[in-house]
Design a binder for this molecule. Structure first.
Ligand code: FMN
Length: 275
């Protein structure tokens, strides 16, 4: 894949402390998707700075670092470190993590999310702050609003949907963690609906761009997200099928713009024709 043709490269979540993640089995294939319970396995901030940053400095496209944590201090410490790195173009918060204090997920409670984003925004003064929304909520427009009120510059959505799979022979859950996050084409129509809702209810009026994701595999999927209100799209699970997916999507988008006689992709954002 030609990385120089990407709008950006987003890292997996980095936490303050090194994490081995969950026991295997951590990934299960499902119909039209996959289920993962990796458990935020990563090298932690110190090793990230030493071992990964030299690689990221060589990337021919902007790099966004995704940060996760289990307390507000975790998030602010890791995010502050990212803000000071020249090779980092933006900081994205994975707020689908439980708080060690009470086990409640940061990104599912609007009040808690707003205060987390406010705290992180203070320590990320020089880079765009992206807040990645969880779809595992009753009303995603409430958490989107909270993130914007807290100071999010960009919203990204969606993270994975909590789900499970069962082995009928052993009668056990197929993931050691019991539940995991569902991703891939199976979630695309729901993710698209959530992007459309957030765009129309919050993001458009607040002038906060959306990075849309969830099951995008072909350029046509990317067009759907852009028409629904995404200014950019991201690809995760499809990379397991074909690592060159993003380049193929860029080619398809260029062709679509020519056929539609549209000069700039930005002119298509949110142009869905609603009844
Ligand atoms: C194996 C795997 C690992 C993931 N790890 C992270 C992560 O570390 N941090 C995060 O914010 N999202 C993580 N995600 C979620 C994806 O970034 C993305 O939001 C989600 O999978 C939906 O997009 P997709 O259907 O294109 O994969 C992970 C997804 C998968 C499949």
């Amino acid at each position: 894949m030609d990385l120089s043709r990407l709008g950006a490269f987003v890292t997996k979540s980095i936490t303050l402390e090194e994490r081995p993640g969950n026991e295997p089995t951590r990934i299960v294939e499902t119909r039209a998707g996959m289920l993962n319970a990796i458990g935020l396995a990563n090298v932690g901030l110190q090793r990230f700075l030493k071992e990964k940053v030299p690689l990221l400095q060589k990337m021919p496209c902007p790099v966004i670092v995704n940060v996760a944590g289990h307390s507000v201090d975790d998030y602010t410490s890791a995010s502050a470190a990212m803000d000071s790195l020249e090779c980092v173009a933006g900081v994205e918060l994975n707020v689908s993590c439980p708080n060690v204090k009470d086990g409640l997920v940061f990104g599912t409670d609007p009040k808690r999310l707003r205060s987390l984003v406010t705290e992180v925004k203070r320590v990320v003064p020089t880079k765009p702050l992206i807040v990645k929304l969880s779809p595992n909520v009753d009303d995603i427009t409430a958490t989107a609003r909270a993130a914007v009120d807290g100071g999010a510059d960009i919203l990204s959505l969606v993270n994975t949907f909590t789900a499970m799979a069962v082995d009928i022979n052993t009668r056990k859950p197929r993931l050691a963690n019991v539940t995991g996050g569902l991703s891939g084409p199976a979630i695309k129509p729901i993710a698209l609906h959530l992007v459309s809702r957030v765009y129309r209810s919050v993001a458009q009026s607040a002038e906060v761009p959306i990075i849309g994701m969830g099951g995008i595999q072909y350029w046509q999927d990317a067009v759907e997200f852009i028409l629904a209100g995404a200014s950019a799209v991201a690809v995760g699970t499809a990379l397991f099928v074909d690592p060159a997916t993003p380049n193929k999507i860029v080619d398809g988008l260029n062709q679509y713009l020519i056929e539609q006689k549209v000069d700039d992709l930005a002119d298509l954002v949110g142009t869905l024709r609603l009844p």
